[in-house]
Design a protein around this ligand. Sequence first.
Ligand SMILES: [Mg+2]
Length: 531
Amino acid sequence: MLVYVLILISGLLCSTLPLAPKKAYHRPALSILKSVGKSHQEFVNSLKHQIFCNVELNGDAIEAIGFDMDYTLAQYNTEFDLLAYEGAKKKLCEALGYPEDILKFKYNKDAFRRGLIIDKNRGNILKIDRHKYVRKVYHGLSHELTTDERKKTYGQQVASFTESNYVNIDTLFLLIDAILFAQLVDYRDKNEALIDKTYEQLYKDVRTCVDLCHRDGVIKDTVISNPAKYIIYDPNIVPMIQKMKSSGKIVFLLTNSLWEYTNVVMNYLVHGGIDSKTGEYKYNKDITEWESLFNITVVGACKPSFLTDEYLSMFKVDKDGSLHNIEDKDALNLNALNVNRRVYQGGYWQDLHRMMGIKSGDRILYVGDHMYADILRSKRTLGWRTCLIIPELEHEISIAVNYTAMSQEIIKLRQIQYDLDEYIDLLRSRDRMGLEVKSQLKDAEAKAIELKTTIRAKNDFYSAKFNTFWGQLFKAGYQDSRFSKQVTDYACLYTSKASNLHRVSVKRSFRPIADFMPHEFLENSRNLGLF
Ligand SMILES: [Mg+2]
């Protein structure tokens, strides 16, 4: 027993055992260090607006900076989500004959998160870890699969989750599909009305109806009529772009939205600040046309096809939205004197590179929110440097900072658990040798079960602070989530909103300090004073 107690104490006080492999240790940025002495809230705010680095990036080597628009320059509020959600419900009833009961469904913006996967065949939504093991599953929204159910359904098989029966929630737009699909799955399970429809058909219908809302004006026309109601105005966007241009960078807009919608959203982002006293728009007198902010604007880009399909045509766009063929693409370069307005639709990445006179993809930094179309594809195909916008980061950081004590307690308990497992292993070996340790072994095993239950309860409580259904965005169990792995693998930089780039110089070099394997983390953690 003495050995056991000693081990427990040593586990509490000085264990250096790694709990999970750490990819990198990021030294706190200078702005964070400077924030020492500031209030707690000022510290949290500083952290929320940091730009985090996975891959070294030298700002001086970047010649052009490009931006996506939707959910990158333009952040939308819950009112915007409701346009698609309510619009799709209505279309399900009116166009596809769904029962009117579904009009009573209520939107829950916290029900799903990016990085999750929809299993269309089974009516499930999954969270997987960085090794592609399924860690959490909900059938619909009302039933979380038990561990046995989860293992029986998804087993130990590591699927790619890229097959046609899975949908990766790579963009905030798809959260509408996820909630509506889950609610319909629950409804179908309890009602006869939809019994003839498979889960897959339910998803297909949801996708069709949400897509229709984007195409037929239910969303677009409503936002155009009152952008202030749906778009979150960010006063730092214009000065950020102006700073980039005045520092000699080429700045371009590359969006999948078409001209009419892009024109309204960008006009609002440039001129749309509401004066709190008068309630009127604050017109930015320094800018007569938002287009002048960008060297090149490409609307209707059809990403990711823009990055992969060389046969897509590029057109010139007039102010009224009319399209014109481009006879001589070579005449589009930025030095061509006869081109005074550079707004285009569609095309292929080579057209853009040619216009900017950039031959190598690593001279371009692209800022976007879509994990696949903006980040993964552009980096893999063209070698563009990437900055992923993760608005969820502000919430994640805020909760993590506020519940640090709880997190530390779980870490300590897991260290004790590791030591206890080692002690039980030792007792079992002595038991096999015929030594009289049966009673100690029984006690230790009972303690291990008790400890496991305690840790699970504490971890569930901690995770629910981030999200009641899915826990932390960047974690699946104690491992990094698949979302976290994609961020690490494909985003050179990541931050909560695009205008955080305004906080740094365009010449800024970003560096991750180091990558650590688990054994290196063990060596370095003691030296760095982490344990
Ligand atoms: Mg976007």
